[in-house]
Design a binder for this molecule. Sequence first.
Ligand code: ZN
Length: 174
Amino acid sequence: MHTYPNRRQNSPPRSARQRPPDPLADVVDTATRSRMMSGIRGRDTKLEVFLRRALHRRGFRFRKNVTGLPGKPDIVLRRYNAIILANGCFWHGHHCHLFRLPATRPEFWQNKIEANMTRDARNIDQLRETGWRVLLVWECAWKGRTRITPEDLVDRTAGWITGSTEFAEIEGAA
Ligand code: ZN
């Protein structure tokens, strides 16, 4: 049994975080950077936290950020052979209204996002080849104008967990 570092414990105190060194300041604007940061894998994004809490409340038990599996998946429910990935739409290149290439250095970001997408696809393939079921939950189902209700999101997630569908995605309403 591994233990996983708790982000809160590892974060600098709030006072130290108020004016962090900002290597991206001259590269992307604040809104873009905020969107990027919210999608970075390995952090407790809001969507991940919401899903974990909601699933826990419904009695599901899981491990999070499991390092022994491809891509260090966000939520792993062994009992159901199920893995849930909460994907930020910018970082993971979702075709939706939350994805827009930054005006500055678009080629750089396009290459970066495409590399992420390639890695995501490879990870999902490896997980499925080794018998895991995989659910992708996209950020646009959780926030923005295409969001569905939180109840709906949890219902659909829970329904997939206890069902038999091998692979599914939950995304924002069209
Ligand atoms: Zn999306």
